[in-house]
Design a protein around this ligand. Structure first.
Ligand code: DAH
Length: 337
């Protein structure tokens, strides 16, 4: 008959619990578990050879205590592990941050906002217009007869019947006047479209800002004072303005505005083509026919209007040689402004 291996329960328990609670990490804990509770451990061997009930109960109780000890130590070690990992995630808030490259507004947007700000300062309102217009608002109401050259499909992009992409922001004048009685003081910026072949000074899409003032007693003096103020805000306080006759169907008289050259101050340079003057915008007193077309009484009110090309203003001010550069999205160009 086999002799049951005599197990010193107390000594074994002390030794095992020392190893278990002393395990510094999960690997050491597993080693202790294998050594004291594994298949070849002294305890398991003794359990296999049990001959009497009392020894069995004693050894089973010991096994339960050791297993509980292993579980408890495992929880402790895992909690410590989590804490260490979390501690590793902390960072030094005094370290320099990662710079996130930041863009800025496109030059055309900047100039648009500048012009808007000047007019907001004069008490004008900024209104949106539609890029898709009908021929009444874009042509007829603006006093352009049916045979006017701009109305040709060679110049204007027709979408469908009398639906067109606007060739100028002037249609906004009609929209605003149709929607409210005078007085009117508005500017209306936006994109315009023309059936042009692109070159250094032409693009099939560009931006204008339209201006319109209608009130009792508006005269050319108001036009001149207002536009000189804008020109000086954009091109420097020393600018002088020169007004000359021009023609637009919707103004009478029509007035072209030139400013003294901001490069050479008028003495003559390539920017002003040696003339000392730079053509800046078209303007005029609103034609009485236009006022009548929107139901205003030309005997009661008068007005002035103007249209400024934003790309043209930007090209002049910054010496940009080609209008297509505004659309190419070349950061080497855009970052300069
Ligand atoms: N619409 C004109 C153009 O595109 C610019 C213009 C001229 C607008 C005179 C006006 C104006 O309001 O009065 O060339």
């Amino acid at each position: 008959m086999d002799r049951v291996a005599a197990v010193d329960v107390e000594a074994l328990e002390r030794e095992a619990l020392d190893a278990i609670t002393g395990a510094a990490d999960l690997r050491e804990l597993d080693e202790a578990r294998v050594r004291f509770l594994g298949r070849k451990s002294e305890l398991k061997t003794a359990l296999r050879n049990i001959r009497d009930r009392e020894t069995g109960m004693t050894l089973n109780a010991l096994r339960d205590r050791l297993e509980a000890g292993v579980e408890e130590r495992r929880r402790e070690l895992e909690a410590a592990e989590r804490e260490r990992a979390a501690a590793g995630d902390t960072f030094d808030v005094t370290l320099p941050g990662q710079a996130i490259p930041r863009g800025h507004l496109h030059l055309i947007t900047q100039i648009r906002r500048e012009v808007e700000d000047v007019f907001l300062g004069l008490g004008y309102e900024v209104v949106d217009g539609d890029e898709v217009e009908d021929t009444w608002h874009l042509f007829d109401a603006l006093n352009m007869p049916p045979q006017h050259i701009t109305r040709s499909p060679l110049h204007t992009l027709y979408l469908n019947g009398d639906v067109v992409l606007r060739t100028e922001t002037s249609a906004s004048q009609i929209r605003v006047m149709e929607s409210r009685p005078p007085p009117v003081y508005v500017v209306s910026p936006g994109r315009v479209y023309r059936r042009d072949t692109a070159d250094a000074t032409h693009s099939s899409m560009f931006h204008q800002i339209e201006g319109l003032a209608v009130d009792r007693g508006i005269t050319l003096a108001d036009l001149k004072g207002t536009l000189l103020h804008v020109a000086r805000a954009l091109f420097g306080e020393e600018r002088e303005a020169r007004f000359s006759t021009d023609f637009f169907p919707f103004t009478e008289p029509s007035v072209g505005m030139a400013i003294s050259c901001f490069r050479c101050d008028g003495s003559g340079c390539p920017t002003c083509k040696q003339t000392g003057w730079i053509e800046l915008l078209g303007s005029g007193l609103v034609d009485p026919n236009v006022l009548a077309n929107v139901g205003y009484d030309p005997e009661e009110v008068s007005g002035f209007a103007f249209g400024l090309g934003l790309e043209r203003a930007a090209m002049l001010r910054h010496g940009v040689p080609d209008i297509r550069m505004f659309l190419e999205n070349d950061l080497r160009f855009l970052r300069q402004f």
